[in-house]
Ligand binder design. Structure first.
Ligand SMILES: *Cc1c(COP(=O)(O)O)cnc(C)c1O
Length: 233
């Protein structure tokens, strides 16, 4: 029987191996443990094994977990990585430390207005859609710079970088090419003078290709917590 702690260490080894292969310092790649669909006790176990940053897709579920783990709140960093509707922004602004899925200026303005004064600015990434799929979340690559300029002006948000969830590709080379499209947008925004430091790319199946492309934060669910029911995957 392997434990969640074993899984966490295996993922850390994969990150270290990918960094070694691509000449990167492992300290430059953070691990976000994606705990969606798993109970608070599983988060507690992974935290006890040394993990502090956790990602949730569904706002309601995330907040229930944050509440259930209130005793650990000061030790944990909660990242909202799922689609955001305007009726959920107040709760997200009050409860989470990061949002990775920002793709509209209206949502950004609400989050900035609603971020409670006693908390530090909400750390945000823009979600970029590099597949061009119509009904997928994310700002189109050609509109990302304009959105970044607008978000960078908002007083209670701190723009950190970009996030993307490209469709699974057939192999490493194809996945790397998709991640490099996000990297190009990242470089374009930095060249404009906006100081991004976070490239949130890579999941259980493709974190090696993401690290090759310059990811600074991999979001890993399955390889740590195990498989999810298909309906919620
Ligand atoms: C579920 C999810 C992940 C984790 O995916 P795994 O394949 O389970 O590692 C990462 N990012 C986002 C946005 C997700 O929704």
């Amino acid at each position: 029987m392997t434990t969640l702690s074993d899984h966490l260490h295996q993922v850390r080894e994969r990150i270290a191996a990918a960094c070694a292969r691509h000449g990167r310092d492992p300290a430059g790649v953070r691990l976000l443990a994606v705990s969606k669909t798993f109970p608070p006790e599983a988060v507690r176990e992974v935290h006890a094994a040394g993990q502090a940053a956790f990602g949730e897709n569904y706002v309601q579920e995330g907040i229930a977990k944050i509440d259930a783990l209130a005793d650990l709140r000061a030790d944990l960093e909660w990242h909202c990585i799922g689609p955001l509707q305007s009726n959920k922004t107040r709760a997200v602004a009050a409860q989470f430390d990061w949002v990775h899925s920002l793709d509209r200026v209206k949502i950004a303005e609400r989050l900035s207005e609603q971020r409670p004064a006693h908390l530090p600015p909400l750390q945000v990434c823009l979600q970029v859609n590099v597949d061009g799929g119509d009904n997928k979340s994310g700002v189109a690559a050609q509109d990302a710079l304009a959105l970044a300029r607008a978000v960078a002006q908002l007083p209670r948000l701190r723009l950190r970088g970009l996030m993307a969830i490209p469709e699974p590709a057939i192999d490493f080379v194809a996945q790397y090419a998709l991640f490099m499209r996000v990297r190009a947008v990242f470089d374009e925004i930095r060249a404009d003078g906006i100081a991004l430091d976070t490239l949130s790319l890579g999941m259980s199946a493709d974190l090696e290709a993401a690290i090759a492309a310059g990811s600074t934060m991999v979001r890993v669910g399955t390889s740590i917590f195990g498989g999810r029911p298909a309906a919620q995957a």
